[in-house]
Design a protein around this ligand. Structure first.
Ligand code: GLV
Ligand code: GLV
Length: 327
């Protein structure tokens, strides 16, 4: 029999054509709304492969009933929605989409820097709302980005790509990472800092770490207090890396100047969310990798990975690399 592949969101037919040449493929019939849990579980029972979104929880309960499952391909670089340890125990391959989204996500991260520092959202609103009365000296005057200090927490490929952009703006770049990146330091002239030094010295603190037990809740009230009052907190990683209530307090109390956020504790947020009541917050709906080119490439990579596993080949970007003796 042909393998069965279930895709948890509607993708373009052109992208899934190759899968259809060797497998039965079904998709959840919505581009916007996540697949309901009961339908996902029901599909998982039959599926040889799942192509999943960040909004799908792929956990022990699912793996326990997914007796045919061989591969989960997640349409994201992050995979905190998947219990990889449980997958590995069952020799189920988990794949993500690193590298191809690096520059797109770095562009978005740097956009948030510019948007928060230069108050661009407030400025757009003022024009739209007919509140632009005249040119005046400190009217919507923001904070410079050029020649300021950027602190990158989590120096992977995306961090490196943001650093390149920052250097083009003559910024000084600090980074903090579990391991030092001597090659990156040498190549780009970025400087390693302890977490504490980075937090104290940066004008823009940019979070790019994956969400893990170690990074969860890393930004607390105490950390925000140690930041400069003029500094901005930018998060394009995962909401729970910061304690959201502490971030809100820091913004309200003026412990920091503002925040640029592409991610939140619970997504999506609604207009009555406390962060949206603050005019020093720029909020985006988790669109870090959302360019048409990159999202298409991510979908294609997910399909390639599924095809490889189902044909007993080594996929391009497995997360649990130990299944292929790659570590
Ligand atoms: C998006 O957040 C991703 O992990 O790709
Ligand atoms: C991931 O978040 C990275 O920095 O590559």
């Amino acid at each position: 029999a042909k393998p069965y592949i279930y895709i948890t969101r509607k993708l373009p037919e052109s992208v899934i054509d190759t899968l259809k040449s060797f497998a039965d493929v079904e998709m959840w019939d919505s581009e916007e709304n996540p697949v309901p849990r009961d339908i996902l579980l029901n599909e998982a029972k039959k599926a040889d492969a799942l192509l999943t979104m960040l909004s799908d929880k792929i956990d022990k309960e699912l793996f326990d009933i997914a007796t045919n499952l061989k591969v989960v391909a997640n349409l994201a670089v992050g995979f905190d929605n998947i219990d990889v340890e449980e997958a590995t125990k069952r020799r189920i391959v988990v794949c993500n989409t690193p590298d191809i989204l690096t520059d797109t996500t770095a562009d978005l991260a740097f956009s948030l820097l510019l948007m928060t520092g230069r108050r661009l959202v407030e400025a757009v609103d003022v024009v739209r709302e007919g509140k632009w009365k005249s040119w005046s000296s400190y009217f919507l005057a923001g904070t410079d980005v050029h020649h300021k200090t950027l602190g990158i927490v989590g120096m992977g490929n995306i961090g490196e790509a943001v650093a390149k952009r920052a250097l083009g703006f003559d910024m000084r770049v600090l980074y903090h990472n579990r391991s030092r990146k001597l090659e990156t330091e040498e190549k780009l002239g970025v400087k390693y800092a302890t977490f504490d030094e980075l937090v104290k010295q940066s004008d823009y603190v940019l979070v790019l770490t994956p969400l893990t037990p170690e990074t969860k809740g890393m930004f607390t009230k105490e950390v925000f207090k140690r930041m400069k009052k003029s500094a901005f907190f930018i998060n394009v990683a995962r909401g729970p890396v910061a304690v959201e209530a502490d971030l809100i307090e820091a913004l309200k109390e003026g412990e920091i100047a503002g925040a640029g956020l592409d991610v939140f504790d619970k997504e999506p947020i609604s207009p009555d969310h406390p962060l949206l009541q603050l005019n020093n917050v720029v909020a985006l709906p988790h669109i870090g990798s959302a360019s048409v080119e990159t999202r298409t490439a991510m979908m294609e990579l997910c399909c390639d990975n599924i095809e490889a596993v189902l044909k007993n080949e080594v996929p391009k970007t497995p997360v649990n690399r130990e299944l292929f003796q790659l570590v």
